[in-house]
Write a protein that binds this ligand. Structure first.
Ligand code: IPE
Ligand code: IPE
Ligand code: MG
Length: 252
């Protein structure tokens, strides 16, 4: 794992000189601290973080990524104070209302995954509108993790396989890692090549535990509301220097 780094940035021209990862996942962290540093309420940090979401989606499309997965709200985040949860849900609706048309215009497809049954009516409607409006997009595919927890996802996958075994449709001996992966929310897209976490925390926080098995990890001290496309490009350049061995030995 790389150490928390001094902010390193790059330009789109530098990114265009070489290959980029297919799939980048981001733990968008540090909104509360960003607000605290400015004596603002936490929700102001979340609002400021929305501009970074817009910027990073644009940057990812510009860089030519195929998939961008953004951790927006964890299952554990439901236990935050009710006013913060309400503010986050209101921001989700606001985000969809303001960004939907532009995302569709740019050919960006957005899908949402997580325990969505826990969301209120307004948020569920907003998600359906966002997915519907952007369904034809063929450039970047953005996956938003909302009310998501990897342990819950893995348990649900076990349950669905167990149901098939109980129904006599599946022999337990035939369960493979590939088959297991197909029972996860993420079955239709490749595992992340690169995980970025902002705000310097060196942990996964129940995000994509299965899918991150061989992802490269990039932690930056930059707080999410300050994370710009130049920071994303810096992380993409850093990734280029990684030696992904997948447990094998380097070719001579
Ligand atoms: C990330 O920022 C956003 C969510 C988890 C919803 P935080 O709200 O966790 O900000 P910090 O970590 O307290 O600074
Ligand atoms: C992870 O951040 C969840 C999201 C970014 C949505 P948290 O702030 O909730 O994680 P911890 O509490 O620092 O592990
Ligand atoms: Mg946090």
């Amino acid at each position: 794992m790389s150490q928390a780094t001094a902010p390193n940035t790059a330009t789109i021209e530098e990114v265009q000189t070489g290959p980029v990862p297919r799939h980048v996942a981001v733990i968008m962290d540090g909104n509360g601290r960003w607000a605290g540093e400015r004596d603002l309420p936490r929700w102001e940090g979340h609002r400021a973080g929305m501009s970074s979401v817009r910027e990073i989606i644009e940057g990812a499309a510009e860089a030519g990524l195929e998939h961008l997965t953004l951790y927006a709200f964890s299952e554990e985040n439901w236990s935050r104070p009710a006013d913060e949860v309400e503010a986050l849900m209101a921001l989700l609706e606001e985000y969809v209302a303001t960004e939907r048309a532009e995302l569709a215009e740019k050919g960006i497809r957005v899908t949402v995954f997580g325990s969505l049954e826990r969301l209120g009516e307004g948020a569920i409607r907003a998600i359906a509108e966002l997915e519907g409006a952007t369904a034809e997009g063929t450039s970047l595919h953005v996956h938003l993790a909302i009310s998501y927890g990897a342990r819950g996802e893995i348990v649900a996958a076990c349950r669905s396989l167990a149901r098939r075994v109980a129904a006599g449709e599946l022999d337990p001996e035939e369960i493979t890692a590939d088959q297991f992966a197909h029972a996860l929310y993420t079955s239709a897209w490749p595992d992340p090549d690169l995980l970025i976490r902002t705000s310097g925390e060196m942990r996964i926080s129940n995000f994509l535990l299965w899918q991150l098995a061989y992802s490269e990890i990039f932690v930056t001290d930059v707080l999410w509301p300050d994370f710009s496309r130049a920071h994303l490009f810096g992380a993409l350049i850093d990734y280029r220097g990684r030696d992904r061995r997948f447990g094998l030995v380097r070719s001579p």
